[in-house]
Design a binder for this molecule. Structure first.
Ligand code: NAD
Length: 289
């Protein structure tokens, strides 16, 4: 079998176009313009590029973005003040703190300071807990993007065995809960899992989010599986690859995401969608809807 490509780039472009129309319609009806504030602490080039890409994506769909760049030696208290300021700014609907933060800052404490209704990354405990009971205000963009990719590619989740490699709060855990909500049978694997290949070979849907290039090889994948490669790894020769050995896994899978061009663009598209939702919810509250 040779896999069909799950083209995240073109599906994300479709979503961005929908978001653009929604932003226009909302502005016409209510005068409200969604606004995303991004906070970048320090000068890590990869983080700066991510923030820049998000700002560009916002601009393309008519979302206002405010970029706040702060020095790496900023104190935790100063960062908390900045977040409180954005929390109480009525013009700002959504707040995103680019991770990772410098080691002297407690990431959890910072993420917990963002108001849940502005937490478009979905990392606040009340949004993570909401996911557990099926009613979060926001779900993290990458897991949401994975589900949207499956949905828009007409992949049936119900009754399937989904195996997820990686259990981070950013990707693995929320993806597992979303797939459970869609009635998949879910196995979560991680660094301490014994015989990873035994588990991955059971997967009808395999999601790999480990940050380890070449972790999943052809022999670890069942014939006809759907393979979602979340990994983004920059090799010493400058190439960006996922966690899956693409050519040999594509021989076994029925559908596979490329890296780049798979999950990455979906993540940004879902962030835009979350930002519009935050704005719409705020406007609805004001009008008592
Ligand atoms: P993380 O480091 O927080 O978590 C990695 C997970 O993988 C851990 O749970 C760990 O137990 C597991 N793991 C590591 N090595 C393993 C192994 N050998 N066998 C089994 N499990 C193993 O990383 P993360 O934030 O979840 O990100 C994972 C990857 O996804 C990274 O490459 C990251 O860059 C990428 N990512 C991509 C997007 C996107 O939009 N495309 C978004 C977020 C993360």
């Amino acid at each position: 079998m040779s896999a069909r490509i799950l083209d995240g780039k073109s599906i994300a472009a479709e979503i961005r176009q929908e978001v653009r129309l929604e932003v226009e319609a909302m502005a016409a009806q209510t005068g409200a313009v969604p606004c995303l504030a991004t906070i970048l602490v320090g000068n890590d080039p990869a983080s700066a590029t991510y923030v820049q890409n998000k700002a560009r994506a916002c601009k393309e769909v008519g979302i206002t973005s405010v970029r706040i760049e702060l020095p790496a030696d900023l104190s935790e208290m100063s960062l908390l003040h900045e977040i409180n300021r954005l929390n109480s700014d009525p013009v700002v609907h959504a707040i995103l703190v680019q991770l990772p933060l410098p080691p002297h800052i407690n990431e959890r404490r910072i993420l917990e300071a963002i108001l849940p209704e502005k937490d478009v990354d979905g990392f606040h405990p009340s949004n993570l807990g909401g996911l557990l009971v099926g009613s979060p205000l926001f779900v993290a963009s990458t897991p949401l993007g994975i589900l949207e990719l499956l949905d828009r590619s007409n992949i049936v989740i119900e009754g399937k065995h989904a195996v997820i490699v990686g259990w981070s709060v950013v990707v693995g855990k929320p993806t597992a809960f979303l797939l459970l909500q869609h009635h998949a049978t879910v196995t979560i694997c991680h660094i301490k899992t014994r015989d990873l290949a035994f588990h991955t070979r059971q997967a009808d849907i395999l999601v790999v989010a480990a940050g380890k290039p070449g972790l999943v090889t052809g022999s670890m994948v069942k014939e006809g599986a759907v393979v979602i490669d979340v990994g983004v790894n920059r090799l010493s020769d400058g190439r960006v690859v996922g966690d899956v050995e693409f050519p040999e896994v594509a021989e076994k899978a029925s559908l596979i995401t490329p890296v780049p061009g798979g999950v990455g663009p979906m993540t940004i598209a879902m962030l835009l969608k979350n930002t519009v939702d935050a704005c719409r919810r705020k406007w609805g509250e004001r009008c008592g809807r």
